[in-house]
Design a protein around this ligand. Structure first.
Ligand code: 5GP
Ligand code: ZN
Length: 114
C-alpha cells in the first residue's frame, strides 16, 4: 500500500466507495464522475502506478482485472450489449490516479474513441 495513493486508501477502506465486486486481488467500484451509464473502476489491491508496471510485476493480477470486468459486465447487464475496457497510462492519456486501474464503460453506444 502507498499511503498517499487514493486507490490504495479505497482498497484499505479509508475512503468510501460504492464497491460492486471484490476478489482476493481486485476491487471494483463505481467511478465518482461517471462517463457512461455504467462506469466502474477495477483496481488491483497491489499498488503499481500503471498497467504496464503491473503486467511486468504481477501479470496474473492484470488478468484478474479482466476476469473481474467480465463478471461486473454480467452483473450490470451489459455483457451482451457491449462495453469498453481501457487503461489510461501516463499524463498524455489523462491518467490522474497513478495506481493501475481498468475502466469499464457501457450502458449506451459509446461511439469512437477520442
Ligand atoms: P484516470 O483518469 O486516472 O484514468 O481515472 C481515474 C478515475 O478515478 C477518474 O475517472 C475519476 O473520476 C475517478 N475518481 C477520482 N477520485 C475518485 C474517488 O474518490 N472515488 C471514486 N469512486 N472515483 C474517483
Ligand atoms: Zn495505490
Amino acid at each position: 500500500m502507498s499511503d498517499d495513493c487514493l486507490f490504495c486508501r479505497i482498497v484499505a477502506g479509508e475512503i468510501p466507495a460504492t464497491v460492486v465486486h471484490e476478489t482476493k486481488t481486485t476491487l471494483a467500484f463505481r467511478d465518482i464522475a461517471p462517463q457512461a451509464p455504467v462506469h466502474v473502476v477495477l483496481v488491483p489491491k497491489l499498488h503499481e502506478p500503471h498497467a504496464v508496471a503491473l503486467a511486468e510485476r504481477a501479470p496474473g493480477e492484470l488478468t484478474d482485472l479482466f476476469v473481474a470486468a467480465g463478471e461486473v459486465a454480467v452483473a450490470e447487464g451489459i455483457a451482451d450489449s457491449g462495453f469498453r475496457l481501457l487503461f489510461n497510462t501516463g499524463a498524455d492519456a489523462g491518467q490522474t490516479v497513478f495506481h493501475a486501474h481498468l475502466h469499464l464503460l457501457g450502458g449506451k453506444p459509446l461511439g469512437p474513441l477520442a
